[in-house]
Design a protein around this ligand. Structure first.
Ligand code: URA
Length: 433
């Protein structure tokens, strides 16, 4: 078999077979095929599309390119959740402990933030003492004993995706549904859980900009899960405006704490409850959504979900005095109010602009190697649909940077006003199972 024949075949719009896909993935990982040939192949795949059979074979070849994690030692059904990424997305910080307090085994390997989107690991690391680098043995032991652990990748999981994703990033071949779906699902399946809940974000701050694309991706993700015998379900959720009010690591941890005490923002609370209810159904803890929502409500009101969060943070070395007293977290040097320049209803708060502005303030990374400032970010004071008068505070910025006047004007431009009443945005758009 040789790579040139494979490139030619895909260039001519033909379907690659399993052996050809296994060949190019495994030889690329071993550095036996140069980037320029895989770039040509990826572009042919992007332009001619890949069939569902090719997507499944590609997912499988990527899983086989590295280690896989076996969670068999953990008793019961192991649940995982993944978000395609957004602005202010701290959902796992709430959903994990919430479902663990309902006896679900929540075993999650998470990632870091890049660009305008945040990452769960960074948010967790903003809690002093918190470690996200457990060995697999400790990870499994913790999930068995307290029901939850969230860590970073500690093994050579899906090395093919690392190489291929980096190459797609610089060859304009990221935005292909088949390539995206196999990239996401290979990592989720290799992580070893029994059930997968995917939160596919749609809107300006998301990877998927239109509902049609989000639905296409979601359908393929669920179909791949079925092929690999994993109960995979998707929630398509709104990322047109930021989720909740807080954007930035410590700020989001504080909002997650409030939500676990049942005092969180409306949109974020609805999303957390819905994610948790789907996971309870997947884990067969309940028989229907009504039972799930009742259990979730009880855990939030009784304080058990919040206690589980503290147990989880403590188990991974985090200092829970910060959780008990969030005012202990460091504040940035500059905490500055941003005021509305118009009177009217808020029609749009562009999530992409807010995410980029938070990054400029220090909350995110432009490139993987950048350091982040845990205290930096933006706290919105208004959401889409709210009525504001000129000079009302629309958000507060937190930063340790000296010069931030350009960021303030970007933030002001992210808010669009209307004279007419505007409806609040719906957070849950669709559910695919
Ligand atoms: N997220 C992934 O993990 N892979 C993609 O290809 C796109 C988004």
């Amino acid at each position: 078999m040789n790579i040139l024949d494979i490139i030619e075949k895909k260039r001519d719009g033909k379907e690659l077979n399993k052996q050809e896909i296994n060949f190019f993935v495994s030889e690329y990982v071993k550095n036996n095929i140069p980037d320029y040939q895989i770039s040509a192949l990826l572009m042919a795949m992007f332009i001619n599309n890949i069939s569902f059979k090719e997507i499944v074979n590609l997912t499988n070849a990527m899983i086989c390119s590295g280690d896989t994690i076996c969670l068999r030692e953990i008793n019961g059904i192991k649940a995982d959740k993944h978000s395609t990424g957004g602005v202010g997305d701290k959902t796992s910080l709430v959903v994990g402990p919430l479902v663990a307090s309902c006896n679900v085994k929540f075993a999650k390997m998470s990632g870091r933030g890049l660009g305008h989107t945040g990452g769960t690991l960074d948010k967790l690391e903003s809690i002093p003492g918190m470690s996200i680098t457990l060995t697999n043995e400790k990870f499994k032991k913790q999930v068995n004993s307290i029901g939850i652990s969230i860590i970073g990748q500690n093994t050579n999981l899906v090395p093919a995706d690392k190489k291929l994703y980096a190459l797609r990033d610089v060859t304009a071949t990221v935005e292909n549904i088949g390539l995206i779906a196999s990239s996401i699902m290979s990592k989720k399946i290799a992580s070893g859980s029994d059930t997968i809940l995917l939160d596919v974000k749609v809107g300006s701050g998301a990877f998927m900009k239109t509902l049609q694309r989000a639905k296409e991706l979601s359908t393929v993700l669920v179909k791949i899960g079925r092929q690999f015998k994993k109960d995979t379900r998707v929630l398509i959720t709104n990322m047109q405006e930021p989720l909740g009010y807080a954007v930035g690591n410590i700020l989001e941890v504080k909002e997650a704490i409030a939500t676990l005490k049942n005092e969180g923002p409306e949109d974020f609370t609805i999303l957390c409850r819905k994610c948790a209810s789907v996971i309870l159904l997947q884990s067969k803890i309940v028989n229907n959504e009504k039972e799930a929502l009742k259990m979730i409500n009880d855990k939030l009101i009784s304080g058990e979900a919040f206690s589980k969060f503290k147990e989880f943070i403590k188990a991974q070395g985090g200092d829970i005095s910060y959780i008990d007293n969030p005012n202990k977290f460091n504040l940035a040097k500059h905490v500055v109010e941003v005021r509305a320049e118009k009177t009217g209803y808020i029609k749009e708060i562009n999530a992409l602009s807010i995410g980029k502005s938070a990054m400029q303030l220090g909350a995110g990374r432009k490139v993987k190697t950048d350091n982040i400032d845990f205290a930096a970010g933006i706290v919105l004071k208004k959401k889409v649909g709210d009525y504001v008068k000129r000079n009302d505070v629309i958000c507060v910025i937190h930063t340790n940077k000296k010069n931030f006047s350009d960021v303030i004007s970007d933030i002001k431009n992210a808010f669009v006003f209307s004279d007419k009443k505007v409806d609040k945005q719906k957070i849950i758009i669709d559910y695919i199972s």
